[in-house]
Design a protein around this ligand. Structure first.
Ligand code: MG
Length: 368
């Protein structure tokens, strides 16, 4: 089997509400997503999506994906998309680094592999675990009362895992966390997601001032060095998110005991193949995981749901549904959908999502 054509689509998605991260430091109203369709000489094709959640969230951006594909895609023509590791090595030789550029290609190849083997991707990744994957809410930064109200609205939809966005103002953050923690329900998990906003001294001050259970502090500071400094001065559990890009980052997190939990974002780490290496290391090392993408439509969510459902529930604490924040759905009634606050990966071969070309519009680039 050979790749014969790679088509690239660009779609901007408006968010249904403005969204604030990092104590309000980062505001988002629209996200830039790239869809990749890979066709083969055996009339099987696959789809992947890459959406780095705007330009301020990570060292990644939508235009960068499309520019990177210009470098990578021509060399993939004629290659066998089922050979995932070889495809990834070729991409890494052609364009070192830039993992976020490569994830849509990798996901589209997994989609093809699933279709030709007649297996859903979660089974190809090791086997579907029986439990649906809990979806974490996404609680925009606000006053303590606004944030608790927002949590309540997610509870009404079945959510039992929450990602509450804090950061920036130490006193207000202590009030926010105390308020949400005081009203936390039995069995509920809360991630206080700082999105890098605190300096180490601020992280140490907040984390040592609050008494929380079934809760984690996610990416409290910008760098792994800073989080390691915090780790040494608090007993609160820590999750690393934006600080995990490469396998070497993960081995350092483990070696230096920086965190007991990591958030593996498929686009940030370069696709499902590279995420699989991180997953297996985490399982071997006893590190728990959140499995998310950096953003995107039902296609990105569903790729992530397949990956999350290949992990035993005790090690995978949750995922995320970005699709619910968007005003447009490019694949109505397909893929993983929120049922009582959980995702179940589809049973169809591959990823199980075929975007509507009429919604995506014309391809912005075609390589053949
Ligand atoms: Mg996070």
């Amino acid at each position: 089997m050979k790749i014969t054509r790679i088509s690239v689509f660009h779609k901007d998605f408006d968010l249904s509400h403005p969204y604030y991260l990092s104590g309000g430091r980062l505001k988002f109203e629209r996200i830039d997503s790239t869809f990749v369709k890979i066709e083969t000489d055996e009339s099987v094709h696959g789809w992947g999506e890459a959406c780095p959640w705007g330009v301020t969230y990570l060292p990644a951006h939508g235009k960068g994906i499309r520019a990177g594909l210009e470098e990578i895609a021509p060399g993939l023509i004629g290659k066998d998309p089922r050979q995932l590791d070889r495809i990834n090595r070729l991409m890494d030789v052609t364009l070192p680094g830039h993992p976020y550029v490569k994830s849509a290609v990798d996901i589209a190849c997994w989609d093809i592999l699933g279709k030709v083997t007649n297996m859903p991707v979660c089974d190809l990744l090791g086997g579907r675990e029986p439990a649906p994957v809990p979806i974490a809410s996404s609680i925009s930064t606000g006053t303590p009362e606004e944030m608790l109200d927002n949590i309540q609205s997610y509870r009404d939809k079945g959510y039992r895992v929450h990602s509450a966005k804090v950061g920036a103002d130490v006193d207000l953050d202590i009030s926010r966390i105390r308020h949400m923690s005081t009203h936390q329900l039995d069995g509920e998990k809360i991630f206080y997601d700082v999105n890098r906003a605190w300096l180490p001294r601020e992280a140490i001050a907040v984390m040592n001032a609050v008494d929380v259970t079934n809760s984690w502090f996610e990416q409290p500071c910008e760098t792994l060095d800073e989080i390691a400094m915090v780790r040494a001065r608090t007993t609160q559990p820590i999750c690393v998110d934006e600080g995990l890009h490469t396998f070497t980052d993960l081995t350092r997190i483990h070696r230096d005991q920086i965190a007991e939990l990591v958030n593996i974002k498929i686009n940030r780490v370069g696709g499902l193949t590279k995420a699989r290496r991180l997953r297996d290391y985490c399982l071997g090392a006893g590190i728990s995981m959140l499995i998310m993408d950096t953003g995107g439509s039902v296609l990105a969510d569903t790729s992530t749901a397949h990956f999350a459902q290949s992990i035993p529930a005790v090690s995978c604490l949750g995922t995320w549904s970005c699709q619910e924040m968007l005003t447009v759905d490019p694949a109505p009634e397909q893929g993983a959908r929120n049922i009582d606050g959980c995702f179940t990966a589809p049973d169809q071969p591959g990823i199980g999502v075929e975007p509507d070309i009429k919604i995506l519009g014309d391809a912005v680039a075609i390589y053949e």
